[in-house]
Design a protein around this ligand. Structure first.
Ligand SMILES: *Cc1c(COP(=O)(O)O)cnc(C)c1O
Length: 227
């Protein structure tokens, strides 16, 4: 699907939530998820003027994005995948936004590095809304306390992120995340992927993460070992 077609679907989804007559509602940020996509597909989307991209792995992003940044200005790069503490420094230098702050140890590492580097990417806290053992993220019951701890560390938390369980109705998870963000005074909601971004918009997503719908299918899953 073309970038323009995706944008039309976003516009329609936003209008469905807040009809134009009801006033302007800003569309969510469209993060084009370029992990494991060949460079020429990424360059084609850059050439259309898109500047907001997401990657899953620090190593892959470090190989890909410095040369795109030399070629195109204004790139906004988002880390979506799990971050190991020993890659935190590199991630902080490479990414504008990190969506995967998922544990106290990482919060402590980021806070230390923020002091040292004098800067910090904007941060989303990843919430494991389905309490899935194989998935990263703070458990729902721990979320309010973790947000408070991160704020005490002076971390620039802008919102919450989730990846709903594949076999459950995503809307309930999106709403849970929206409620958690609202009661903690957080405005950012990173939720919705190719299969469900319109539903996420209906629940108030501010950042949608769309990969295959823009770029086409990724290489076989066997090649995508975790970071
Ligand atoms: C890969 C990925 C996406 C994009 O998935 P699509 O289904 O291709 O849109 C979004 N968010 C995260 C965290 C991902 O890892």
């Amino acid at each position: 699907m073309s970038l323009d077609q995706i944008k039309q679907r976003i516009t329609r989804a936003v209008e469905a939530v807040a009809p134009p007559a009801a006033g302007i509602k800003t569309p969510p940020e469209l993060i084009a998820v370029s992990k494991v996509q060949p460079d020429e597909r990424v360059r084609a989307v850059l050439a259309q003027g898109h500047r907001c991209f997401g990657e899953n792995r620090v190593q892959e992003a470090a190989q890909k994005w410095p040369h795109f940044r030399a070629e195109f200005s204004g790139i906004d790069l988002h880390l979506l995948g799990p971050l190991q503490s020993n890659k935190a420094r590199q991630a902080m230098q490479l990414f504008d936004v990190i969506h995967s702050l998922d544990r106290p140890k990482l919060a402590a590492a980021l806070a230390r590095l923020a002091q040292e580097l004098g800067q910090c990417p904007k941060l989303f806290i990843q919430v494991n809304t389905g309490s899935e053992p194989q998935k990263a993220g703070i458990l729902n019951a721990d979320c309010d306390a973790f947000i408070a701890d991160c704020r005490a560390l002076d971390l620039p938390i802008i919102g919450l992120m989730c990846i709903p369980p594949a076999e459950e109705e995503a809307g309930a998870h999106f709403q849970l995340l929206a409620d958690m963000a609202a009661r903690n005074g957080l405005l950012g909601l990173s939720m919705g992927m190719s299969a469900d971004f319109e539903l996420a918009i209906a629940h108030g997503a501010t950042h949608i993460r769309v990969g295959s719908a823009i770029f086409g299918n990724r290489v076989p899953a066997a090649k995508q070992s975790p970071a």
